[in-house]
Design a protein around this ligand. Structure first.
Ligand SMILES: [Fe+2]
Length: 197
């Protein structure tokens, strides 16, 4: 019997993946919103849930997604002369970085909160609210101003090339990948649902 193996290498759509990552980040922000809402209503939210949520948000948004934009997308836009898109992406990235001060403020009091001192809950709520308010619109705006425009302007070959570069980043990344994050976020949504509302 003759068996023919057809090996078809199909790279993911790199632009779609970056936008899918935005959706995962938004869902993590939505969970943070529910946690903060619970704290505003006097619920003693477990420090573990809060820390797991913020930890995953920072890893996924800053290192996995942000690392890809910084190491792959920005240099790609630079090399291919797409200076307006590059400037827009850098500007959104700076806007995002500016929100991180609120997360630092939360980290600053987490140990006290974890020790059972609810006196710092107000500080967590205040900084969490500010972070959510400023960070939430960034991803959809970035999709419109950068990624949808980029996708329209790229040929099939260019998309494949960019897909290969994204694939290289994924190979060197030793944390969770997009489908792992999607699953973990789903579990966190369930956990947060049970505890808070
Ligand atoms: Fe992004």
């Amino acid at each position: 019997m003759k068996v023919t193996h057809i090996i078809k290498v199909k790279y993911m759509d790199p632009v779609k993946q970056l936008m899918d990552e935005h959706r995962v980040i938004e869902r993590l922000v939505d969970i943070l919103d529910k946690i903060i809402e619970g704290m505003e209503n006097g619920v003693k939210v477990s420090p573990e849930l809060l820390m797991t949520n913020i930890g995953m948000l920072m890893e996924c948004a800053n290192e996995y997604h942000g690392g890809k934009e910084e190491d792959v997308i920005i240099p790609y836009l630079e090399e291919t002369g797409k200076t307006e898109l590059k400037a827009a992406l850098v500007s959104f990235s700076n806007e995002y970085d500016a929100c991180l001060k609120y997360i630092s403020n939360i980290f600053g009091v987490m140990e006290v909160y974890a020790s059972g001192d609810l006196g710092v809950a107000g500080k967590i709520v205040e900084n969490g609210r500010k972070f959510i308010e400023v960070v939430r619109p960034i991803f959809a705006k970035e999709d419109e101003a950068v990624f949808k425009v980029l996708k329209q302007g790229l040929s099939k070959e260019e998309l494949t090339q960019l897909g290969e570069m994204i694939q290289d980043f994924e190979y060197s990344w030793n944390g969770p990948l997009i489908n792992n994050y999607q699953k973990m976020v789903r579990e966190m949504e369930r956990d947060a649902g049970r505890i808070i509302w």
